[in-house]
Design a protein around this ligand. Structure first.
Ligand SMILES: *Cc1c(COP(=O)(O)O)cnc(C)c1O
Length: 393
């Protein structure tokens, strides 16, 4: 496989930078500063120190023996739920917050869906003494209320977004609008491998710490590489992180799992790589769920973090060249997996992560006897309001 992206930010035909003229210099500055940042030994030492002593890395790989016996599939979990603040999001937020400081910015903004990226960004702002504002769709503000309270406690302003479907895509629009007006002093910490170049590359690189750790860890615990690596796909950052180093390992099947929602009818799921077609959104060319007129389609998932009608351009590329496959997991299957992990392993997973396990559980015959590494991208405390509703606790 050739190295992606190319210098213009393309992954095959996907990616690029389609943003307003006013933001072009900002993207250029980020690109140049990032190049310096990753070659600056002092800056890298600072990031690695924070990942270790503040975020709690490396996260372990855990062999889920009870569940494995039950399913007749060897299930290994990469425990990103153990990262400080409860999800993989902090890996990227820490990297980008340091990069923002490096560029002399004093204010951070972010979009958030489930609120995990908002909490991660708010955490970095508190740590580094920066001003912070997070944009969040009103629907998500209501269904992820514990995370809204956490952000406020951390000193961040949470701005509910009332436009469109009032979910993640609308929060991204609002953050972009703010950024156009404030780019002098503000860095926009995008939370996934989406948007215009160089964001998809930067976020992937910061998240690739997951597979840098996982490849040797898995060899140590299982004596060989996994047969499959499975991760949920919202924008695609936790999947990009765990795929990154495994793309270089022969014979490991990479599986991204999209939110199959309630059914495969339009508006009822958010499985863009399964049911969408390419178009331009939020600054890049990628698979999108769109209407015949090219408007974004409404999406649904029980998990707010997967409720996004587009996907990072690298995943579009990996799908087209066949380097990864993308499956779906329904709301019901995800909820079943959620409960199974609680009951049999004592781990309360995020609903997003439950989609990765849910796919494997629903197709356990296909994975029989295999060694499957699942990226447990986050913990489920934030999902309590929706779990109460769905499971009637
Ligand atoms: C945000 C989030 C996701 C989905 O985002 P990706 O960019 O696709 O990783 C998945 N799991 C958790 C726990 C999240 O917080």
């Amino acid at each position: 496989m050739e190295r992606v992206p190319d210098k213009n930010g393309y992954y095959g035909k996907f990616g690029g930078k389609f943003l307003p003229e006013t933001l072009v210099p900002a993207l250029k500055q980020i690109e140049e500063s990032y190049e310096k940042f990753i070659n600056d030994t002092e800056a890298q030492a600072k990031l690695n120190d924070l990942l270790k002593r503040y975020a709690g890395r490396p996260t372990p790989i855990y062999f889920a023996e009870n569940l494995s016996n039950l399913l007749d599939v060897e299930i290994y979990l990469k425990r990103e739920d153990l990262v400080h603040t409860g999800a993989h999001k902090l890996n990227n937020a820490l990297g980008q917050a340091l990069l923002a400081k490096y560029m002399g910015k004093t204010r951070l903004i972010a979009e958030t869906g489930a609120g995990q990226h908002g909490v991660a960004t708010a955490t970095c702002a508190a740590l580094m003494g920066m001003e912070c504002e997070v944009f969040m769709g009103k629907v998500d503000v209501d269904r992820q209320s514990p995370n809204v309270k956490r952000m406020k406690l951390l000193g961040t302003k949470v701005t509910p977004v009332y436009s469109g479907s009032k979910t993640l895509k609308d929060a991204i629009n609002a953050a972009m609008q703010d950024w156009v007006a404030t780019v002098q002093n503000t860095h926009y910490i995008l939370g996934s491998v989406v948007g215009a170049h160089p964001f998809p590359m930067i976020v992937r690189d910061f998240q690739s710490v997951i597979s840098k750790e996982a490849v040797p860890q898995f060899l140590e615990i299982a004596g060989r590489h996994p047969d499959c690596v499975v991760a949920s796909v919202g924008g695609g950052s936790n999947a990009a992180g765990i795929f990154a180093k495994y793309l270089e390992v022969e014979g490991v099947k990479l599986i991204g799992v999209e939110a199959g929602g309630r059914s495969n009818k339009d508006g009822d799921h958010s499985a863009k790589l399964n049911y969408g077609r390419p178009g331009i959104v939020h600054g890049n060319f990628t698979y999108i769920l769109q209407t015949d007129e090219g408007n974004l389609m409404p999406v649904h998932s029980v998990s707010a973090g997967l409720d996004y009608p587009a996907v990072g351009p690298e995943h579009s590329y990996l799908k087209d060249i066949g380097a990864a496959v993308y499956e779906t997991c329904s709301d019901r299957e995800a909820l079943d997996a959620f409960q199974a992990l609680c009951r049999h392993e004592g781990i309360i997973p995020a609903l997003e992560s439950s989609h990765a396990l849910g796919h494997v559980m629903a197709h356990k015959e296909k994975y029989k006897g295999q060694k499957v590494l699942i990226n447990l991208s986050g913990r489920g405390d934030k999902d309590m309001p929706i779990i109460e509703e769905e499971l009637g606790l």
